[in-house]
Design a protein around this ligand. Structure first.
Ligand code: DP6
Length: 337
């Protein structure tokens, strides 16, 4: 079995965030989450299992993977080998067309593409649910990059019940997601640490108690294409996640009182968004575990948003990339040798 499979996946942007785990080893989240795949960013990953290889070989963006990335990928290949009942080592080549620090979680597209390419190369025929479960084991948010368009990751309670399903296809709604990149430095606090510390915030329980209502509003406004209801809920939800991060108690860093992903430019864009809305431009923001701001608007308002944003970013020295809702993970090439 020498089959080389190349898969493509997009990162996804959480409209309702995954923040905190019920099971750290399996990436079972404390709450369900909702996301949209981002068309402007892509990971391409090829996997070939080859007899005779002494160890897994991993190349990322043209370079040998560093130790941490290599061992995380080997652990994932081990999951695929266990499912397929094989011991063969693999050659993995992966590349992203966006910077790892763009504020777009590259682990989501990376583990979605790797799961699909590796499963197929190992001869497995996983259904979408099994594939989403596999991707989740690599990186939680990766399970949401498997379905097309808009996805809901139902938290579940164990390995078999925690996976993402499609809420609506990519062409359901002409939304645009503009990612304003205001800092290209890698973030200091990885999201895995943020997940771990979430429960140290005194407001964590309040967040979890509010989430069923938030999920319901986001789910319904998405299906009804009610942009105002969606936008307000998405903004409040992002700030709720950051409130948890800011009020968590990092243990190792005694000098650090909380996790602050925001920078001055982040706050400046938040205020700009409120001003644009007051002036009649319907745009809403969300922010992941970093300083960059993702702006949501409907297609008809994209040109006006870009014009307004260009003015702000000129002052801040940033850039932006524009996505539409995108398809899910897919195989793009397969060859036998
Ligand atoms: C802020 O999926 O990167 O982007 O499961 O530890 O790999 P691991 O975490 P990860 O966390 C993503 C956190 C987030 C919110 C989200 O995407 O829902």
């Amino acid at each position: 079995m020498h089959r080389k499979v190349t898969a493509l996946a997009h990162p996804n942007l959480a409209l309702v965030k995954y923040w905190g785990k019920a099971d750290e080893r399996l990436n079972i989240p404390a709450n369900s989450s909702i996301s949209v795949n981002l068309s402007a960013a892509t990971t391409l990953t090829s996997v070939a299992f080859a007899a005779g290889l002494a160890a897994d070989e991993v190349t990322i963006n043209g370079q040998d993977a560093d130790r941490a990335a290599h061992s995380r990928i080997v652990r994932h290949l081990d999951r695929v080998r266990a499912l397929a009942g094989i011991a063969t080592r693999a050659r993995v080549t992966s590349s992203n067309d966006f910077p790892a620090s763009a504020g777009i979680a590259s682990s989501a597209s990376a583990f979605a593409a790797l799961s699909l390419a590796a499963a197929r190369a190992a001869g497995l025929a996983l259904d979408p649910r099994a594939l989403s479960i596999l991707a989740r084991q690599g990186s939680g948010s990766a399970c949401r990059s498997i379905p097309d368009g808009f996805a809901e990751w139902v938290a579940g309670s164990d390995d078999a019940s925690s996976y993402a399903c499609q809420l609506a296809p990519a062409d359901h709604w002409d939304l645009r997601i503009t990612t304003a990149i205001i800092d290209v430095q890698p973030k200091e606090m990885p999201s895995s640490e943020g997940h771990r510390l979430a429960q140290t915030s005194p407001f964590y329980r309040a967040r979890l108690a509010e989430l069923p209502r938030t999920l319901e509003i986001v789910r319904r406004s998405l299906l009804d294409r009610d942009f105002r209801a969606l936008g307000l809920a998405v903004e409040r939800e992002a700030v709720s996640m950051h409130a948890i991060a800011m009020t968590a108690s990092p243990r190792q860093e005694e000098w650090l009182s909380g996790i602050y992903y925001w920078q001055p430019a982040t706050m400046r864009l938040i205020q700009a968004v409120q001003g644009w809305r007051r002036a009649g431009l319907p745009v809403y923001f969300t922010i992941d575990a970093g300083p960059n701001v993702h702006l949501l608007c409907e297609g008809a308002n994209q040109a006006a948003l870009e014009q307004a944003l260009a003015g702000e970013l000129a002052a801040l020295g940033g850039s932006f990339i524009v996505s539409r809702p995108a398809a899910g993970a897919r195989v793009i090439a397969e060859s036998r040798s």
